[in-house]
Write a protein that binds this ligand. Structure first.
Ligand SMILES: [Zn+2]
Ligand SMILES: [Zn+2]
Length: 256
């Protein structure tokens, strides 16, 4: 069955293609994963000529077309995770696509239930012990993917002035499900706590300051106050806000 199908692919390609054998055959991915129910996946093939499917597992069907390979599997009733390789050939070149299909999943056990990123972000991995192929969902701010027993989680730099990020990575496989908690430190300016403002050092936040010689006070111009001069007329008096732009972050609230 397998041989026949692979052979048909080869014959079809030979009939369709008048060009020379490919000197490179590069699949867009070197692995495809199917859930227990199977289905169809398409892998793009970058090539410069004629290529063919040389070998494939007996539970996999392939359909080789000019620049793509259609891969199909039926339901996996074998009771075990199955793995195999599809081998593509051109002229003295081969490429391998690993194929996996889940059986019934009985457990998903992570090496850690959390990933913690610094404000600069990056990529972290968690080893996953499972007999299935978990589907992965990540909440906003994080991306995650699973392959070959490793969960890879990526966080972009957290450059805003807001709080740190928190999220969840959910892995599910049939009736099994686990959650890995993701967190990322924020990039908040330590001096102003992200507000971009600090208490005015001249008036200590009051918006005005006393002038003992005059027995009165003055609106604090440092934090936006206004006052015309030493007169009893206070109609043009305006208190300052008591807050000035944070000198460490220039008012942006973003830390270094
Ligand atoms: Zn600041
Ligand atoms: Zn002030």
């Amino acid at each position: 069955m397998k041989k026949l199908f692979c052979l048909l692919s080869v014959v079809a390609l030979m009939l369709l293609s008048a060009c020379d054998s490919a000197t490179h055959v590069t699949p867009s991915t070197d692995q495809v994963q199917f859930l227990i129910d199977g289905g169809e996946q398409i892998v793009d093939i970058s090539t410069d000529g004629r290529w063919s499917v040389k070998d494939c597992p007996d539970w996999v069907k392939t359909d080789a077309q000019d620049n793509k390979l259609i891969i199909k599997t039926g339901r996996n009733d074998s009771g075990a995770l199955r793995k195999g390789d599809i081998v593509l050939t051109g002229k003295n070149v081969t490429a391998i696509i690993h194929v996996m299909q889940a059986a019934k999943c009985t457990h998903i056990t992570p090496s850690s239930d959390k990933v913690e990123f610094g404000k600069e972000g990056g990529t972290l991995t968690v080893n996953i012990d499972t007999d299935g192929i978990p589907q992965v969902q990540a909440s906003d701010g994080f991306t995650a993917s699973y392959a070959n027993g490793v969960l890879t989680v990526t966080a972009a730099p957290n450059v805003g002035a807001g709080a740190g990020r928190r999220g969840e990575i959910k892995l599910t496989c049939e009736d099994q499900s686990i959650t890995i908690y993701a967190s990322q430190k924020s990039n908040v300016c330590k001096r102003c706590g992200g507000s971009g403002k600090i208490t005015c050092p001249k008036c200590h936040g009051k918006g005005w300051y006393p002038i003992e010689a005059a027995g009165g006070g003055a609106a604090c111009e440092r934090c936006g106050g206004r006052w015309n001069g030493f007169t009893d007329d206070t109609s043009d008096w305006k208190d300052g806000t008591g807050r000035i732009s944070c000198p460490d972050c220039g008012g942006t609230g973003v830390g270094s």
